[in-house]
Design a protein around this ligand. Structure first.
Ligand code: R2B
Ligand code: URA
Length: 315
């Protein structure tokens, strides 16, 4: 039986545990049956935003304070509530929790397990999890924001495969349809306002375990095919075109299949909203200027802030 009727636990052992320690967040739950402090601190959270970098998540909290709550969130949004864990950073602003997740699925899955337990102990009602990230685009203009339909792994399968007790376990990796539609809806401004200044599209997202060879880059420390021979620019473009044409992949990052699969498995509605920093059909190096990076990285903030105002705080 689940502690929270809104979403389920996939771990029956949790029902038997009288205390829990979310080690990487340094959050202690001395009494899981009556977690009063956790409920007081997190029970009101409606949206958990996740992004790679600590500093970007602090900026997101500030952005939401200013743009969603008009400077009146009443939250100490600059305080890193997970600093004692020395691994991830977390900032609360109104009913939004912004958390960093590092690079890649293995790093993100650790914080995701602990956050899913946290919102469950806190009895948050139907919390949404939204990753706000960066990516390489496929055939789309740099700066485009992609809201993901499905995650694909580097073998072009829409699944997340993990080894559990010495066996391969494969889980489906698609994102919540209603949340995706609501996010896309937030991209449209009834008065033709600022959101139209950049494109927001839906597409599939490949998440790889390796930034370099896993994403077909030519500029890693190694650049070799399975047969031990170097791959060429033509090989790379062939692969990227297959991703685009056969799988509808419009951007590449390093977390989508794991994030989609674990949230889906645990009954959490989730979305992946990533800006593309470059068009991978044209190159490999991420060499945007500081100002361009700031502008691009803020684009998913703008979309998600508008979504929160329109679909979360108005209801
Ligand atoms: C996008 O950017 C990071 C790699 O630079 C990784 O976390 C991702 O998914
Ligand atoms: N993040 C990635 O994983 N790939 C890119 O090309 C850019 C950002």
């Amino acid at each position: 039986m689940s502690l929270n009727g809104a979403y389920s636990t996939k771990n029956p052992n949790l029902e038997q545990m009288t205390s829990d320690f979310l080690y990487h967040l340094a959050v202690n739950i001395p009494d899981t049956k009556n977690p009063t402090d956790i409920k007081n601190q997190f029970g009101h959270i409606k949206v958990v935003c996740l992004g790679g970098k600590d500093a970007r998540m602090r900026e997101l909290a500030k952005y939401i304070h200013e743009n969603v709550y008009n400077g009146k969130s009443g939250s100490k949004y600059e305080k890193d509530i997970f600093e004692d864990g020395h691994r991830y950073a977390g900032f609360i602003v109104g009913s939004v929790l912004c958390v960093s997740h590092g690079v890649g699925s293995s790093t993100m899955s650790v914080v995701l397990h602990e956050l899913i337990k946290l919102v469950r102990y806190a009895k948050c009602v139907d919390p949404l999890f939204i990753r706000i990230g960066t990516s390489g685009g496929l055939g789309v203009k740099p700066g485009t924001v992609v809201v993901s339909r499905k995650g694909y792994n580097g073998l072009l399968c829409s699944e997340y495969e993990i080894a559990i007790l010495g066996e391969r376990v494969s889980r489906p990796a698609y994102f919540d349809e209603r949340l995706r539609k609501d996010l896309l809806d937030a991209a449209t401004s009834p008065d033709g306002g600022e959101e139209n200044a950049f494109s927001v599209i839906e597409g599939n997202t490949m998440g790889t375990d390796c930034f370099y060879e896993g994403q077909g880059r030519l500029d890693g420390a190694s650049c070799m095919k399975a047969n031990g021979e170097p791959y060429t620019k033509a090989d790379k473009l062939n692969f990227l075109k297959r991703c685009h044409d056969e799988c509808g992949i419009r951007n590449i990052e390093m977390e989508a299949p794991m994030f989609a699969a674990l949230t889906l498995h645990c009954g959490i509605r989730a979305a992946d909203v990533c800006v593309t920093l470059l068009n991978r059909l044209e190159g490999d190096q991420v060499n945007s200027t500081k100002a361009q990076l700031k502008d691009f990285e803020e684009r998913p903030f703008r979309l998600v802030a508008r979504f929160i105002k329109r679909h979360i705080l108005s209801s």
